[in-house]
Design a protein around this ligand. Structure first.
Ligand SMILES: [Zn+2]
Length: 383
């Protein structure tokens, strides 16, 4: 297990190692490759591992012995259908030996947390009402939730993952999260100091796209658009998270959509994507609509603006799918249909004709589970 300071799921590293490393590469790559193979396949023998990874049996034996000593791999017993001769011993990741804490700070009204197993299942839930707390008062609530979760865990804690709104750098400092009053807040260090555990803090949409990749079946080239009080996105390209030069990749909420004006935005501009799509705005517009046809039109217009904003991104990055996260009763239906129509009309059919826009199946647990995926990736190199 790495130390808190060295943990990181990030830059430029593909999430799922899939080939053995060259001699000059590190042993840690092969260790992650073995863990990744076991994490996705489960219950296989040393010989199976050697075949799947391309590593020699000697190397596998050596790595497995070390990983058993570290308590990260367990022997499950012998294969029942083994042919005559020495039966093969089956191995797996030690799925019950550790737990992960996941925190979601992205809801405007409450902080959510969970104790998760290594497969991303939520074993325990806790939440703390935000009650409009900002700054240090909000940090205190995050700390209180964290301590509650530590107390609720029933196995050694592998690490703590946190999805925060706003822009977060690769060291887990929240550079700016206006809703929580965080500015240059070293949240990762604060939580590590408070718990003595490895901690990873990332933007909520970046956490969410990892959840979709690990637990929701997302492709390796995916954009996840998270719609709530704000609008943000997380991007995976070639299975690698994209952060951008100022850690603000995916911050599409304050991109102006169109040249025809629109509503005034909190940021000072007019016609930002958030003015069409943010949930409070949508709900207010829908509440003022006289009938179903008017409601339908409001949802379709929001979807169209989303499609306009996403089309150049889909074209530039050759994405195969866009995943939406947020209230399904608003996003799924006319809004998503208008978004896909607009995207198809504005991109090249021969490349993007089969593009899909779909709702995540992970519901409101997506950030919490993504926070756990960050810890799995940072501590074990698996996803
Ligand atoms: Zn704006």
């Amino acid at each position: 297990m790495s130390t808190p300071s060295s943990a990181g799921y990030a830059t430029g590293r593909i999430l799922r190692p899939s080939a053995k490393s060259l001699p000059e590469h590190s042993r840690s790559h092969n260790r992650a490759l073995v863990l990744q193979t076991l994490y996705r396949s489960g219950s296989i023998s040393r010989a199976d591992l050697a075949r799947a990874t391309g590593l020699t049996r000697v190397t596998i034996s050596d790595l497995v012995a070390q990983l058993i000593a570290d308590d990260l791999i367990v022997e499950l017993g012998q294969r029942e259908d083994a042919r005559p001769g020495k039966p093969a011993t089956l191995l797996d990741i030690n799925r019950t030996g550790f737990q992960i804490l996941g925190l979601d700070l992205s809801d405007h009204a409450l902080l959510r947390g969970g104790v998760l197993d290594l497969d991303g299942g939520i074993l325990e839930r806790r939440q703390v009402l935000l009650e409009n707390a900002t700054g240090q008062a909000a940090v205190d609530k995050v700390l209180a939730l964290t301590h509650e979760l530590v107390a609720a865990a029933t196995a050694p804690i592998m690490g703590i993952g946190v999805g925060s709104p706003g822009v977060v750098d690769l060291g887990g400092t929240v550079l700016s999260a206006p809703n929580l009053g965080f500015r240059d807040l070293p949240l990762q260090q604060i939580l590590a100091d408070a718990t003595g555990l490895p901690v990873l803090v990332a933007n909520d949409a970046n956490a969410a796209v990892l959840a979709e990749h690990s637990f929701g079946g997302a492709l390796s080239d995916t954009m996840l658009v998270k719609v709530g009080h704000g609008v943000g996105a997380g991007l995976l390209l070639g299975g690698t998270p994209l952060f951008g030069s100022r850690y603000a990749a995916g911050e599409i909420g304050h991109v102006v959509v169109g040249t025809d004006g629109g509503a005034a935005c909190a940021c000072g501009k007019v016609g930002c994507l958030e003015t069409w799509l943010a949930i409070p705005r949508l709900e207010a517009n829908l509440a003022a609509a006289p009938d179903d046809a008017a409601r339908d039109l409001i949802l379709r217009q929001a979807g169209e603006r989303l499609g306009i904003a996403l089309a150049p991104v889909v074209g530039a990055l050759d994405l195969a799918e866009v995943v939406l996260s947020g209230p399904a009763e608003l996003l799924d239906g006319p809004l998503a249909e208008a978004a896909i129509e607009t995207l198809r009309n504005r991109t090249m059919a021969e490349f993007h004709g089969d593009l899909t826009v779909r709702m995540t199946a992970l519901g409101q647990d997506i950030v919490m589970r993504g926070a756990a995926a960050m810890v799995l990736s940072g501590q074990l190199g698996v996803s």
